[in-house]
Design a protein around this ligand. Structure first.
Ligand code: HEC
Length: 185
């Protein structure tokens, strides 16, 4: 057991001694040392918990998810409103390129002529809602005007002279295509 009086004496001696010496330098040095130790401890524990525990895995997973979403958004932004050719190549070509399931072939004027004769509106309507073996939008998820562009693109390749519809002003955003698609249904 240490003598409390001694400790007190010693402390006051030390305090007096410290104030007699250059206290600022000593204190600064001590503070610096403390910060250094704290810093390396923090770094050590951060590395330790980061290196081997589940939270880091989930952090990584979250990061990956965020990256995925970011990439998806980038894709959407890049995509913008698609041209008829882009929609055709992304979706319609599956059946219309080879005439699958009885689809009128791309560029086949004879197959398209009677359909073109029904008019652009009828063709668009069939494309949006589906017809025969073709599901709505051919299974795609485009804005209506994008499907319209694909209709014009395909029909024009088979002799029609439809104009590809312009993008509505409201459809400039990333979510707009979906909103437009549901509006018209
Ligand atoms: C799953 C295969 C498939 C896909 C994908 C597909 N179609 Fe079709 N499409 C068909 C078939 C089959 C028909 C013939 C339907 C009928 O007349 O019974 C057809 C017919 C059409 C017609 C003529 C409709 C009419 O009234 O005569 C248009 C226009 C058309 N498709 C546009 C599109 C567009 C635009 C896309 C892409 C967004 C697309 N199709 C994707 C299978 C497909």
């Amino acid at each position: 057991m240490s003598d409390p009086r001694h400790t007190t004496d010693h402390d006051s001696h030390a305090a007096r001694g410290a104030s007699k010496m250059k206290p600022t330098k000593t204190n600064l040095a001590l503070a610096g040392l403390a910060l250094l130790v704290l810093g390396s401890l923090t770094a050590y524990y951060a590395t330790q918990s980061g290196g081997r525990t589940a939270p880091d895995m989930s952090e990584e997973a979250v990061a990956r998810r965020i990256q995925k979403v970011g990439m998806l958004e980038l894709g959407e932004a890049k995509r913008g409103p698609r041209t008829g050719e882009e929609v055709y190549k992304a979706q319609c070509t599956t059946c219309h390129d080879a005439g699958l399931l009885g689809a009128p072939k791309f560029g086949d004027a004879a197959a398209w002529a009677p359909r073109i004769a029904t008019g652009y509106a009828a063709l668009l309507n069939a494309s949006l809602k589906g017809k025969g073996n073709m599901t709505a939008q051919g299974g795609g998820a485009f804005a209506d005007f994008e499907v319209g562009r694909a209709v014009a693109y395909m029909a024009n390749a088979a002799g029609a002279k439809f104009e590809e519809p312009a993008a509505p002003e409201a459809a400039a955003g990333a979510e707009a295509p979906a909103a437009t698609a549901s509006e018209a249904k």
